[in-house]
Ligand binder design. Structure first.
Ligand code: HEM
Length: 113
């Protein structure tokens, strides 16, 4: 448990640049267009970023700190529940951006059915 919790913040070293690169290359491919699926992808980005910066990153550092101190108390588990929820939300939002990107690139059918 402690090993996992202290390892998670190191993952940010890879995760944050990767997300920034995905967003940056997306904006480059968009060539200033803001309509349709691109617009929906753009609107998800501030939610993804806010979730990460305001909830996930502080939660991961706090939980790693608590785990190292051996403090597996009610605050630890409550914050971990919040973290899991926010994490699920971000995976869903990133997954939707991936789906819309694949659709625009013609690698998925435009509509199900
Ligand atoms: C979490 C962020 C994002 C993820 C995971 C993501 C994912 C993807 C994926 C998987 C593709 C398909 C690439 C291919 O198969 O060739 C794609 C293409 C694309 N994405 Fe994103 N994207 C993200 C953010 C953005 C943003 C912020 C924008 C717009 C500002 C954007 C605009 C585009 C455009 C224009 C394409 C190219 C579609 C085409 O080939 O016609 N993406 N994206």
């Amino acid at each position: 448990m402690t090993a996992v919790k202290t390892a998670i913040p190191w993952g940010f070293l890879l995760l944050i640049p990767a997300l920034a690169a995905a967003g940056g290359s997306g904006f480059a491919l968009a060539h200033g267009r803001r309509a349709g699926l691109i617009g929906r992808k753009i609107k998800r980005m501030p939610l993804i970023a806010a979730n990460g910066i305001l909830v996930l990153i502080p939660a991961a550092f706090f939980l790693a700190f608590k785990a190292r101190a051996g403090e597996f108390d009610a605050v630890f588990y409550l914050l971990q529940a919040v973290e899991l929820f926010a994490g699920a939300m971000n995976i869903a939002l990133i997954g939707l951006n991936m789906r819309d990107g694949l659709r625009m690139a013609g690698r998925l059918r435009a509509r199900p059915g």
